[in-house]
Design a protein around this ligand. Structure first.
Ligand SMILES: NC(=O)c1ccc[n+]([C@@H]2O[C@H](COP(=O)([O-])OP(=O)(O)OC[C@H]3O[C@@H](n4cnc5c(N)ncnc54)[C@H](OP(=O)(O)O)[C@@H]3O)[C@@H](O)[C@H]2O)c1
Length: 353
């Protein structure tokens, strides 16, 4: 399998994007990050061809950190801005959704361009916290206008359900990709979104593939009560595990993944990542980077093929448990749900001031 993919005519990205939520302030619960080590990871990942990054306007400090890395690269006269691709997000705060206009949208896009040291944002993934608040289609239209002005290369979305994505498509917004949580635990995109994206030429870009790191050898044989979440991401994926396979199913899955990984001379995370990449319509996955520990593992994701028998075994195992209810991000949108209660929905405004 090739580790690059053309997302739009003339625009190619790595099939594993370097995820930067893990760099945002307050994400690590197990102590401060060593940012010099993260910098080393960025150097090694980009040298190995993993040149694409995922971040967001609301990942506090992440756009700035990537931007400093790009600014350093720009010191080299042979470096071109397009050598590194950054997919950021535009996530207007819940509390100001009804006030979002073109000027506000442009100010956030310009702030991202400035922070990232990029004249053109390669992709802006749009999120709208509350479908009940009018303005979603108009706001996607502002991004499309900024694309026409040359400030954005691709307009994309994140955490949309099928019907609302269809509303944007029907309104003529040229959505290039849709970012969604998709993993061996969370197969909500398979209900409807995946087929819609396939039918409309929209690339799926998936996160949660390693369940915040829980899909790894070091969790084999662990009891639930021994686990303390090391990141905000793990707080969420503990809920996802409990509501899908449950702890026993998770432990069974780890053993099957381990056997599979051993056959191919790789590790559990590479099998879990490859499984998602092999699903129809999935262009790329995003794996969170918080140190240089795993940088050489990405290449291994492309070093083997899962056999039909292995795919069948994994499918039978996960299908014997519940999928999460609803469409992608539906639980997360539901007022009062434990998924919604762990999210921060008003960050941009604080960042502006
Ligand atoms: N659109 C959205 O709403 C949304 C939501 C969540 C995430 N995302 C994006 O997706 C990215 C990934 O976040 P996630 O929460 O889904 O986490 P994830 O990628 O499932 O897990 C990341 C964790 O896995 C471990 N890891 C990283 N690379 C590894 C490798 N090659 N082998 C083994 N373990 C590895 C690391 O933990 P250790 O170093 O501790 O082992 C890391 O903290 C984020 O950074 C963000 O860019 C987007």
């Amino acid at each position: 399998m090739n580790n690059k993919i053309e997302l739009a005519p003339g625009y190619t990205v790595s099939r594993v994007l370097n995820g930067c939520w893990q760099l945002s302030q307050g994400h690590a619960l197990d102590g401060p990050l060593d940012f010099s080590d993260v910098h080393k990871a960025f150097e090694e990942l980009t040298e190995a061809g993993f040149t694409s990054f995922d971040c967001a306007d609301i990942y506090t400090g992440a756009e700035e950190f990537i931007g400093e890395f790009i600014a350093e690269k720009k010191q080299d006269p042979s470096f071109k801005e397009t050598d590194i691709q950054v997919h950021t997000k535009y996530v207007p705060d819940l509390q100001i959704l009804d006030q979002v206009d073109f000027a506000f949208t442009e100010s956030i896009i310009d702030r991202s361009r400035q922070r990232l040291h990029k004249d053109v944002l390669d992709a802006v993934q749009f999120h709208w916290w509350d479908y009940e608040v009018p303005g979603m289609i108009e706001t996607a239209g502002y991004l499309n206008e900024l694309r026409k002005q040359g400030k954005i290369r691709c307009v994309s979305v994140t955490n949309f359900d099928t019907d609302h994505l269809a509303m944007l498509i029907d309104a003529g917004i040229p959505v290039v990709s849709c970012q969604a949580q998709y993993s061996l635990f969370d197969r909500r995109p398979e209900k409807k979104l995946q087929q819609y994206c396939l039918d409309h030429g929209i690339h799926l870009i998936c996160y949660g593939t390693l369940a915040g790191g829980f899909l790894a050898e070091r969790y084999i044989g662990k009891k639930r009560e021994e686990i303390i979440a090391e990141t905000r991401s793990q707080v969420k994926y503990l809920q996802v595990i409990e509501d899908s396979l449950g702890w026993d199913g998770y432990q069974k899955l780890l053993l099957v993944l381990k056997e599979t990984a051993d056959r191919h001379g790789v590790g559990i995370p590479q099998v879990a990542a490859r499984w998602v990449l092999d699903q129809p319509g999935v262009a790329a996955i995003v794996i969170g980077v918080r140190s240089s520990r795993h940088v050489h593992d990405n290449e291994k994701i492309f070093s083997f093929d899962l056999t039909d028998e292995e795919k069948k075994q994994l499918r039978e195992l996960i299908d014997s448990y519940d999928n999460l209810p609803g469409e992608p991000f539906e639980l997360e949108r539901t007022v009062g749900s434990k998924y919604r209660n762990i999210m921060h929905m008003n960050i941009n405004e604080e960042e502006q001031s």
